[in-house]
Ligand binder design. Structure first.
Ligand code: ADP
Ligand code: ZN
Length: 516
């Protein structure tokens, strides 16, 4: 199966995170790979997905038993035959794993490095028909770091003995560690190294609240007459009406969506590839497999569904490195629509919570008070300086010191054990005595009602901006309950201030619809 449907069906993601697609491609096509990605960047997908794209078994060496167990559980729940061989297993568990291995039923086998020291392991893996090896936390093979694990040295032997491709992953990027990983895991074979940061500095980032959205898109496109561009639309119908509206203003535009005949779709793809200055108004069906380097702009007529989808879609612009521009429109209807799509979907609750998180992160980005690139890269675990190439850097919005408001949110979250979503936290702050509040005794907390100075929608704007700043994160493990991040501690201690956008938290006006 190819990557896109697996990504959606097995993992429930609607796009790749920065860097993942290239790594997945390389691993799936059987190359030796060393990938350096920041923590939280989504390394595990980069070996799990290729494992499902090929036949047979992929062995994953990982030093963290708890993490292996989590991943095996998640994969099993998603219907993937996965298991772990660790010292933490019971006899029964181990013999079941061995049985499944010799019956060649498994697609992913997690194995602790200590296991490689046992003489029984190699013959076992030989019989199991291993097709590839993945190594998590690959820096453990390096003596430079403080995580050195002598058993990791055996991974290189395993690769030679099985002569299958190896993909190594780490978040540690310094050159010495990298060289040592390559020498010890790959020997003389030079792996393809992925170290590229997530940033696409040539892409200008901009968001606008919807305010006559059709005119906003037409203006944006007209100002870029003659350039190739994509307008992503939330519905098939809109791709058609927008293409027509663009045509009426004298711009060359065609619609593209999944409801069209395959032949017509291919015709649009080919035309876009060959023709200069064509605009395609499209649903998200347009993009995978489009490899046009000189797309000069990407607009979103409607809010994408997640921060990952946003990044992937704008990332189709400016592949040639020359400047590309983007504009993403959003409004309260988008937010409602996206929320109900998540709520009404068939996904299990944990996945819904995670989908809300990704939407929240995008809303945080949309309402960011500071450089959008800093916020975007921060979400993907990379730090950056104010970029000078986004609408916020171009014209900083009016802000105020929101440290106290942020502290109130953080302490409400902490006092309720980091287990509740934004709705409950806001009820607590504004002193709304809901049934849930009284049932948990939260009306007796000192934070109950300390936020009466702001309305619910203003608190929502505060919370969204805090999500965008990565001060808080919904925790998928706890059904999306908000948890505070490491960065929030400095705010709680008063060592860091939090700047919020005035236009989105002003008392008189509802959040989100205000023009910037
Ligand atoms: P790492 O091992 O790099 O620290 P993980 O593989 O644990 O990161 O992934 C971090 C988080 O990102 C997980 O919650 C995972 O579900 C999520 N994630 C990974 N890839 C994607 C994607 N393409 N879209 C959305 N979320 C993703
Ligand atoms: Zn910027």
């Amino acid at each position: 199966m190819s990557a896109a449907p697996l990504l959606r069906q097995v993992f429930g993601f609607d796009g790749f995170r920065p860097g993942q697609e290239e790594i997945v491609d390389a691993v799936a096509s059987g190359r030796d790979v060393l990938a350096i990605m920041p923590t939280g960047g989504g390394k595990s997908l980069c070996y799990q997905l290729p494992a499902l794209m090929r036949d047979g078994l992929t062995v994953v060496v990982s030093p963290l038993i708890a993490l292996m167990r989590d991943q095996v559980r998640a994969l099993t729940e998603a219907g993937v035959a996965a298991a772990a061989l660790t010292s933490g297993n019971s006899e029964d568990e181990n013999s079941e794993v061995l049985r499944a291995l010799s019956a060649r039923e498994l697609r992913l086998l997690y194995i602790a490095p200590e296991r490689l020291a046992s003489g029984a392991t190699l013959p076992l893996l030989r019989r199991a028909g291993v097709q590839a090896i993945a190594v998590d936390e690959a820096h453990c093979v390096s003596q430079w770091g403080h995580d050195f694990r002598p058993d990791y040295l055996r991974v290189g032997e395993l690769r030679r003995a099985l002569s299958v491709p190896l993909a190594a992953f780490t978040a540690t990027a310094d050159a010495e560690t990298r060289d040592e990983i390559v020498a010890r895991l790959f020997g003389d074979a030079a792996p393809q190294v992925f170290l590229r940061g997530f940033d696409r500095p040539n892409i200008h980032l901009a968001f606008q609240p919807k305010d006559g959205p059709r005119r906003q898109i037409l203006d944006f496109a007209t100002a870029r007459r003659g350039q190739s561009g994509i307008v992503y639309c939330g519905t098939r119908a809109k791709t058609e009406t927008l293409a027509q509206a663009l045509n009426e203003t004298g711009l060359a535009a065609v619609a593209y969506h999944g409801g069209m005949e395959p032949d017509n779709r291919r015709a649009v793809e080919t035309r876009f590839q060959r023709e200069d200055g064509l605009i395609v108004t499209a649903t998200v069906a347009f993009g995978m497999g489009i490899d046009k380097p000189d797309i000069r702009w990407v607009a979103h007529a409607d809010l994408p569904k997640s921060i990952e989808a946003y990044y992937q879609e704008i990332g189709r612009g400016g592949r040639d490195g020359a400047p590309a521009e983007t504009l993403t429109l959003y409004g309260p209807d988008d937010i409602r629509l996206r929320r109900s799509q998540v709520d009404e979907g068939l996904a299990p609750v944990e996945r819904k919570a995670a989908d809300h998180t990704r939407l929240n992160a995008l809303l945080g980005l949309a309402e960011s008070a500071t450089c959008r690139r800093v916020a975007l890269l921060g979400y993907f675990g990379e730090s950056a300086e104010a970029c000078g190439n986004c609408d916020i850097c171009d014209a900083p919005p009016a802000t105020f010191d929101g440290t106290q408001a942020a502290q109130k949110v953080l302490s409400a979250i902490l006092r309720t054990g980091e287990t509740y979503g934004a709705g409950h936290i806001i009820d607590l702050l504004i002193g709304n005595p809901t049934e849930r509040i009284s049932a948990r005794g939260h009306d007796r907390l000192p934070t109950f009602g300390v936020g009466k100075d702001l309305s619910r929608s203003e608190w929502q704007a505060v919370v969204r901006q805090m999500l965008g700043r990565d001060l808080i994160r919904p925790d998928p493990e706890r059904h999306g309950g908000l948890a505070i991040t490491a960065a929030a501690h400095a705010v709680l201690r008063g060592e860091e201030t939090v700047t919020l956008r005035r236009d989105l938290v002003s008392r008189a006006r509802p959040a989100v619809v205000v023009r910037t």
